[in-house]
Ligand binder design. Structure first.
Ligand code: UDP
Length: 244
């Protein structure tokens, strides 16, 4: 059973979860496994939007560090997210799930351009809409693209599937005693600079009262579990008294 308060959600996956055990790139076997997870989430009866990062292929900041112009690097990063979106679309359609890819950078022979009303129609028809190319602008991230689309599409929650099972007070990979939060406020995430999403994305979710649910996508069946309000997760939302 889906979480009763969620009717439409946006699932954001980092690019790195598509590379499986590889150092970089796309592992089709792993993408197929993720597609099963996404399908299971869809089958709970939700309307589902998907945003996939590009960090498994290219990050603008990393390119800039090696001498590439930042904006060029960012456009390359956005193109990487389109490749990931196509890989996920392919894997989902092999499972019989109807999808549409909409890109913030128009590329008409590859996928649809982002048109909010059209995306709305796809969702009503039960298709999964995969939003590619982030916001379409350099100096942003796909987390911010995800927050923006979640707000535009009126999503009830933004689910962030990563390799960690929630938000910790310190990096759990470096500090075994790190404490995981069950819930935490947007304000605390921002003031303590906790690595959930970048500050722009968190602020956008706060302004639009969209809860951010952070969970591990590496555990099988976890998306559906989290949607049922079970499993290990951290929910970022307003504290009583905190401005929405
Ligand atoms: N990017 C961008 N604008 C956007 C979204 C993404 O310039 O609106 C670029 C940016 O260079 C970023 C790269 O695309 O580093 C890949 O996205 P991101 O790092 O957010 O992917 P993830 O960490 O989720 O895999």
């Amino acid at each position: 059973m889906p979480h009763p308060q969620y009717k439409r959600i946006l699932l954001k996956l980092s690019g790195e979860v598509l590379m499986g055990e590889q150092e970089y790139g796309i592992d089709p076997v792993y993408v197929a496994r993720l597609a099963e997870e996404v399908k299971a989430a869809k089958e709970t009866g939700l309307e589902l939007c998907l945003v996939i990062g590009g960090g498994n292929i290219f990050r603008g900041v990393a390119g800039a560090a090696k001498g590439l112009d930042r904006t060029t690097g960012d456009y390359m990063g956005m193109l990487a997210t389109v490749m990931n979106a196509l890989a996920m679309q392919n894997a989902l359609e092999q499972l019989g799930v109807q999808t549409r890819v909409q890109s913030a950078i128009p590329m008409s022979s590859v996928c649809e351009p982002y048109i909010r009303r059209r995306a709305e129609r796809h969702l009503e028809k039960g298709r999964i809409v995969i939003f590619a190319a982030g916001t379409g602008n350099p100096f942003f991230t796909t987390d911010t693209g995800a927050a923006l689309r979640a707000a535009e599409m009126g999503c009830d929650a933004l689910l962030k599937g990563t390799s960690v099972d929630g938000v910790y007070d310190r990096d759990p990979k470096l500090f075994p005693n790190a404490k995981r939060y069950d819930t935490i406020s947007y304000g605390e995430v921002l003031s303590d600079d906790l690595k959930v999403m970048d500050a722009t994305a968190v602020a956008l979710c706060r302004e639009n009262s969209i809860p951010i649910v952070v969970f591990s996508i590496r555990e099988k069946g976890n998306v559906a579990r989290v949607l049922a309000g079970e499993g290990t997760q951290t929910i970022v939302r307003s504290n009583k008294g905190e401005e929405a």
